[in-house]
Design a protein around this ligand. Structure first.
Ligand SMILES: [Zn+2]
Length: 255
């Protein structure tokens, strides 16, 4: 085996308000045979190309929840890929609640008239802890429901070849499901909007990472327009003994 390592790329790190250097939060996981796009707030073709990735190589799209700052770009992404000549299937995963709305959105765009559209395989995830999303030679991906304003999932991605995992909380209040998803991970990517309903403060993200025994913590989906984030890493460090970083657009985390 040449390279057992996979890479998590932060394509966007902002909360619902993007700023000049921070797109809305979305992530890409790149392995040998799979590229997994996690959420699609805007058409990702340009962000992917800026990072040096071919948008047609995305094999899996996971839609965590149907908030506009997480899914609104999926329609233009599917359309651009079709017009760019994509032939290979795209696997799309989400909760029934999310995918039902996604399919209604695509019907409004009349995707049934997109002649020669590549195969789209829709996979509905059970709203249960540690649901297997998919497994391949390299990856094992699990989801658990998290505690947000609408049905939403967090994720754990295990790279069988390196033996390392990463976890992503997505938008949520502090919850046991994320502790479980993050046990012993190399990196927990946790949202840190602040202490609002359905969200998490940096201190609370630190507590979750500490309880999970995560080896490192990256705060994401933070209010990048807000001067308070200068203190965000220190606040998380006050509750977590490991390294803490603010995820930045373009950051790559090998695992
Ligand atoms: Zn949300």
């Amino acid at each position: 085996m040449q390279n057992p390592s996979a890479e998590l790329v932060i394509l966007g790190s902002a909360s619902a308000i993007p700023t000049i250097d921070h797109e809305n939060t979305h992530l890409l996981v790149i392995g040998k045979a799979e590229s997994i796009l996690i959420d699609c707030p805007n058409n990702p073709v340009v962000p992917l190309q800026k990072q040096g990735y071919d948008p047609l190589k995305v094999t899996h799209l996971i839609l965590t929840h149907f908030h506009a700052d997480h899914v609104a770009g999926s329609a233009p992404f599917l359309m651009s890929s079709w017009l760019m000549g994509r032939k290979q299937p795209l696997h799309i995963y989400g909760l029934d609640e999310t995918l039902w709305r996604f399919e209604r959105m695509m019907e409004l765009f009349q995707w049934e008239t997109w002649t020669g559209l590549y195969p789209i395989q829709i996979h509905r995830l059970a709203p249960q802890r540690m649901t297997l999303v998919f497994q391949s030679e390299q990856f094992e991906v699990h989801s658990s429901p998290v505690h947000h304003l609408i049905p939403n999932i967090g994720l754990r991605i295990y790279n069988r070849w390196s033996g390392e995992s990463i976890a992503y909380s997505c938008d949520t209040e502090p919850c046991e499901e994320v502790v479980e998803l993050s046990r012993g991970v190399k990196a927990l990517i946790h949202e840190a909007v602040g202490e609002y309903l359905g969200h998490t403060s940096p201190q609370q993200a630190g507590e979750i990472a500490q309880r999970a025994g995560a080896k490192s913590l990256y705060l994401i989906h933070y209010p990048s327009e807000d001067g308070r984030i200068r203190d965000w890493e220190a606040l998380a460090r006050s509750c977590f003994g490991g390294p803490v970083g603010l995820a930045q657009d373009g950051l790559k985390i090998p695992f």
